[in-house]
Design a protein around this ligand. Structure first.
Ligand code: MF3
Ligand code: CO
Length: 250
């Protein structure tokens, strides 16, 4: 098992750039989500933007993933592959993007509501957004990793939603996926002590219905087994001496 990598002040400074870039791409792609736009068009735009920044998409080619963006609609949880599918009014569109720049990755995701969305779906999205917010607030130097996990599970369950158990948040830095894994459920006060220099991608994946998910035949797209909608939010954060900094802000 690989150890947890603590970043130096200089490394954190560099990581701020890659994270800001990934936030800027996410923000720009969020603005492009409209009825009639295809998911492949979003990916093309993201690729052009990342290239112009002099950076590289973190996901393209990662374990053979064929795009820069993950676009996951409605019952799709994560890792939806962009293509010919058109976005429709009422869709929940999760966008996930990573940018690699100067040796570091930034990773972030959001869920966009297109036009008039079902009230239950709105509740799901707001619950997941709040789960991420409160999980970041629970990320404290000297605290424990599972405080993050526990917070996400509590927020989801308090709204009658369920958390996906097969996929996790993660350390991020030189590599897209570093130790530690960050489950979105579990008892508090367990796991590694949070230390200055840790950089973490916190990413609640929350389902309106049951927690179970399956992977489609394309070997990537993760969907809910019951077909109910799912939402996903993600920030890359850095643990500092006395606080936590959200790095993926545009
Ligand atoms: N944010 C996701 C993750 O951390 C995106 C990975 S997509 C992949 O797992 F293609 F790169 F795997
Ligand atoms: Co991630």
């Amino acid at each position: 098992m690989s150890r947890i990598v603590l970043k130096s002040a200089a490394e954190l400074e560099t990581m701020r750039d890659s994270c800001r870039m990934s936030a800027e791409v996410l923000q720009a792609m969020t603005a492009e989500v409209k009825p009639g736009v295809t998911t492949g068009e979003l990916d093309e735009k993201a690729q052009v933007m990342i290239k112009k920044m002099g950076a590289k998409p973190s996901f393209l080619g990662y374990s053979g993933y064929p795009a820069a963006l993950c676009v996951s609609i409605n019952e799709e949880v994560i890792h939806g592959i962009p293509g010919r599918r058109e976005i429709l009014p009422g869709d929940l569109v999760s966008l996930d993007v990573g940018v690699y720049y100067n040796g570091f990755h930034g990773d972030n995701a959001t869920t966009v509501m297109v036009g008039a969305v079902d009230p239950e779906a709105i509740r799901l999205v707001e619950t997941t957004r709040r789960a991420l917010q409160l999980a970041i607030a629970a990320t404290k130097p000297g605290g424990r990793l599972s405080d993050i996990s526990h917070t996400i599970e509590c927020v989801a369950k308090a709204s009658g939603c369920s958390v996906v158990r097969q996929f996790v948040g993660h350390g991020v830095g030189h590599h897209l996926h570093e130790e530690p894994q960050i489950p979105n459920y579990g008892a508090p006060g367990r796991g590694p002590v949070l230390k200055p220099g840790m950089t973490l991608a916190i990413e609640p994946m929350v389902n309106l219905g049951r927690a179970e998910v399956v992977v489609l035949d394309d070997d990537w797209t993760v969907v809910t087994r019951d077909g109910q909608p799912s939402a996903h939010f993600e920030h890359t954060v850095a643990v500092l001496e006395e606080s936590v900094e959200i790095l993926t802000l545009a």
